[in-house]
Design a protein around this ligand. Structure first.
Ligand code: SAH
Ligand code: F3S
Length: 482
């Protein structure tokens, strides 16, 4: 899910407000998806209560925590390299340093981590962060500690996350954990467990709290947000056994979106990620009804070939996907749509690949994230299929669709020329300290001269120029949302 987290944020270490009485030093860094970055905020909040202040220097850290990703082999290799780095620092500068691995790799490798990586003292899976104080006590006494139990209930709804490295404007709010979809290529159902939804009351409280602290945009997070379903707690798969009253008062994703939109009518609301098989029209209609819900849907499809979609256990056809896109566009004509795509899934032929290309040509996505297939241990694809598309073919197919997406992004970006777009100012532009940078509801970056505007303002910007992925313009006033 590099989709939300910038490449340049990968591995960013986090720095928090220092508490005077906290004497120990924590170095915490995250890899992978937005959910991991959001989880690290929960972990940081737990660790602050355990007497830790954050540091950005490995050399003086008492404890190093790394929140890890297993989605592709490359993600795991990156973390292995970091462990080597910690090891080197521990040997040369900081013998007291303890190292803990959090997140999906911890869940996937479990005790193997302690065996394979001598540097690791602590292994904690995504549902076990509340156990950190106990695990830490073990480590303090010189024992390795591990908790990789996946939970049916844990949503961390009761922990108020510390906002890390924040611009004070945008924040993530997690609404579901786990995934039940079992796409055959994907490790997430194994590392993050069964799907469960968080109490809407605690979500709304968090949204209200963020607004009161000056935040202007939230992204509701989950592996499959459209599948959100609250009926008093419990797994999504057990909903059929719920009582009549539980069913009658249940909250689905469309309802949750509406609750958030109404709770803070000026707060911009985004969500990620949608799954075509679960995205219902009532969600799109709710988006259309509320101005503050951003017109952007991240709608991964993975392949344009019906045969491959079936092998991937994606539970929709190409035609159904195209119908969905058509419906979205008829309800919200200016809705941005983005994709995730995998090339080189086992048995993918040149014809299957052409179907992917033609689907992209048909949709002309605003942007997208494209990957070569990476076989993940334990998944159905790994157990049942041979990873038979040669690496050079995978690479060529990837380059072809990356180039194609670039063209489409450029077409979509240019559609904004000479229009007025609403930009929420997030930060100074990287290229010029005289310009602000922010995003449009369609999630497009826009830059414009600062004038008297400030971070957190909603500004109407007349678009005068653009690059393939950035709008360039002039502010013409506050938007009505301000
Ligand atoms: N539903 C999740 C998907 C998480 S994985 C979400 O919230 O986005 C993000 C993307 O990584 C997937 O959409 C898919 O395109 C890609 N991906 C997942 N497993 C992969 C694998 N084994 N090899 C290559 N890419 C993969
Ligand atoms: Fe993975 Fe498919 Fe769920 S991609 S996270 S199993 S929707």
């Amino acid at each position: 899910m590099e989709k939300i987290i910038d490449e340049n944020k990968q591995g960013e270490s986090l720095i928090l407000e220092q508490k005077e009485n906290n004497k120990r030093k924590l170095f915490i860094e995250s890899y992978g998806c937005a959910m991991n970055f959001s989880d690290s905020e929960i972990v940081a909040s737990i660790m602050a209560d355990q007497g830790f202040n954050t540091t950005q220097n490995l050399e003086d850290a008492d404890l190093v925590l790394v929140n890890t990703c297993s989605i592709r082999d490359k993600a795991e290799q990156t973390v292995r390299k970091r462990l080597e780095k910690y090891n080197a620092v521990k040997k040369s500068h900081n013998p007291k340093m303890k190292v803990g691995v959090l997140g999906c790799m911890a869940e996937r490798l479990k005790t193997k981590f302690l065996e394979e990586e001598k540097i690791v003292d602590l292994v904690v899976g995504p549902d076990a962060y509340k156990d950190l104080p106990n695990l830490l006590a073990e480590v303090d006494e010189g024992r390795d500690a591990i908790n990789v139990i996946l939970s049916k209930e844990e949503t961390y709804g009761d922990i108020s996350p510390v906002r890390l490295n924040t611009n004070g404007v945008t924040a993530f709010v997690s609404i579901t954990r786990g995934c039940d979809n079992m796409c055959t290529f994907c490790v997430v159902p194994f590392t993050r467990g069964r799907e469960r939804s968080r109490d809407p009351q605690s979500i709304i409280e968090e949204v209200n709290d963020l607004w009161n602290r000056g935040f202007k945009e939230i992204t509701l997070l989950g592996q499959n947000v459209d599948s959100y379903l609250w009926y008093g707690g419990g797994l999504k798969k057990d909903f059929d056994n719920a009582s009549d009253i539980q069913k009658a008062t249940s909250v689905n994703f469309a309802k949750l979106l509406e609750l958030c939109a109404k709770a803070q009518p000026k707060m911009r609301i985004r969500f990620s990620t949608s799954n075509p098989q679960d995205l219902t029209i009532d969600v799109v209609e709710t988006m259309a009804k509320y101005n503050n819900i951003c017109n952007h849907i991240h709608l991964p499809v993975q392949s344009g070939s019906d045969r491959i979609l079936k092998e991937m256990n994606r539970l929709h056809t190409r035609e159904e996907y195209i119908d969905l896109i058509d419906n979205i566009r008829s309800i919200i004509p200016n809705c941005a749509i983005s994709q995730d795509m995998i090339v080189g899934f086992p048995t993918e032929t040149e014809d299957d690949f052409k179907d992917t290309v033609s689907l992209m040509d048909h949709v002309k996505y605003n942007f997208g994230y494209m990957f070569t297939y990476s076989e993940r241990p334990g998944t159905l694809a790994e157990r049942k299929m041979e990873d038979d598309v040669p690496e050079n073919v995978k690479k060529r197919r990837l380059q072809d669709i990356v180039d194609l997406q670039l063209k489409h992004s450029e077409i979509r970006t240019k559609e904004n020329l000479n229009t007025v777009v609403e930009v929420l100012v997030e930060k100074e532009s990287k290229k010029s300290n005289e310009q602000w940078s922010g995003r449009t509801p369609q999630n497009l970056v826009a830059v414009f001269p600062k004038a008297h505007y400030k971070v957190g303002d909603f500004v109407n910007v007349k678009v005068t120029d653009c690059t393939s992925a950035t709008l360039i313009g002039e502010a013409i006033g506050y938007s009505e949302n301000n």
